[in-house]
Design a protein around this ligand. Structure first.
Ligand SMILES: NC(=O)c1ccc[n+]([C@@H]2O[C@H](COP(=O)([O-])OP(=O)(O)OC[C@H]3O[C@@H](n4cnc5c(N)ncnc54)[C@H](OP(=O)(O)O)[C@@H]3O)[C@@H](O)[C@H]2O)c1
Length: 264
């Protein structure tokens, strides 16, 4: 989607893949500074470990505890996080405004951190975090408590059937920020198959491959409103594009290219 966007704006830039296993991460970052790169995206599992290697980090990315975008300027590496803002843009584009709403977020990895930070910043009333490893969810609540500053109630619960049913019963939004349902395990779902999906929820699945996840089809079958992960992918990418180039991203070009790549 980035190469399609560069082409559409007539920029002679290229987005390439750089393999960076953990033991080569520092070397890969040093290469960015001297090899003419304008920046990079960072993906799991490097979103947190990359942080001590950067020269500057935005307040937002610091509060999230994760970086997904790096810009190279004057030989310095700047860290940003566009996932939270990308998530909010996708949610709002679907017509859902988080202010004053209650959300249940499943997962406690880098993506969940960005989502919870985004929801708190947007004025959500309450966020319940459900995670298989509850210690990770508790650590996230502790990390984000200062940012929430009493404006938003944050709770961490272990991922049990009872917690899922009880928390979603009174929620407005359900977000899947786990890897459940992602290719090649597309038959998996964070929502148990024997349990009817609550039709009153808006559901946002961060998984974008496949575009129509099992969770989304369970939700759609019950009449719930769905937001797929592709729009967040495009929006976070568009924000990164703007950071690197200083130009507005051609959203529709990026959306079409991302969809075509996933359908290939
Ligand atoms: N649409 C977008 O733009 C976008 C952006 C970022 C990420 N994503 C997607 O978001 C998802 C999460 O990414 P991430 O970077 O946060 O990954 P991550 O840091 O590896 O976290 C994975 C999360 O999934 C949970 N999980 C994994 N397998 C599970 C299972 N069998 N049962 C219950 N929970 C399970 C983990 O729980 P434990 O803590 O217990 O291990 C953890 O909370 C991925 O599918 C990624 O593609 C999408």
């Amino acid at each position: 989607m980035h190469n399609a966007a560069f082409d559409a704006l007539g920029l002679k830039w290229r987005y390439v893949l750089l393999p960076a296993p953990r033991e080569r991460l520092e070397a890969a970052l040093a290469e960015l500074k001297v090899s003419g790169y304008a920046g990079a995206n960072v993906t799991t599992p490097h979103k947190q470990v990359v942080m001590p290697c950067l020269d500057t980090i935005t307040k937002e990315a610091q509060a999230m505890g994760a970086v997904n975008t790096i810009a190279v300027r004057d030989g310095q590496l700047g860290g940003y996080n566009t996932d939270g803002a990308g998530f909010l843009l996708a949610l709002r584009a679907s017509g859902f405004e988080p202010r004053g709403q209650r959300a249940v977020v499943m997962g406690a990895g880098g993506a969940a951190r960005a989502v919870v930070h985004g929801l708190v910043g947007a004025g959500a009333q309450q966020v319940v975090l459900l995670n298989r490893t509850v210690a990770r969810a508790r650590a996230m609540v502790a990390d984000l408590a200062g940012y929430a500053d009493g404006r938003c109630e944050l709770h961490a619960l272990p991922l049990t059937l009872e917690a899922l049913v009880e928390s979603t019963r009174v929620a407005d939004l359900f977000v899947n920020a786990t890897t459940l349902g992602m290719w090649p395990r597309a038959d998996a779902s964070p929502w148990p198959s024997h349990l009817p999906f609550p039709a009153h929820l808006v559901v946002s699945d961060l998984v974008y491959n496949p575009q129509e996840t099992r969770l989304l089809s369970q939700a759609r079958d019950s009449g719930a409103q769905c937001v797929g992960g592709l729009e967040m992918l495009v929006r976070q990418g568009a924000l990164a594009f703007q950071i690197w180039t200083g130009e507005s991203a051609p959203l529709e070009v990026m959306r079409r290219a991302a969809r075509e790549a996933l359908e290939r």
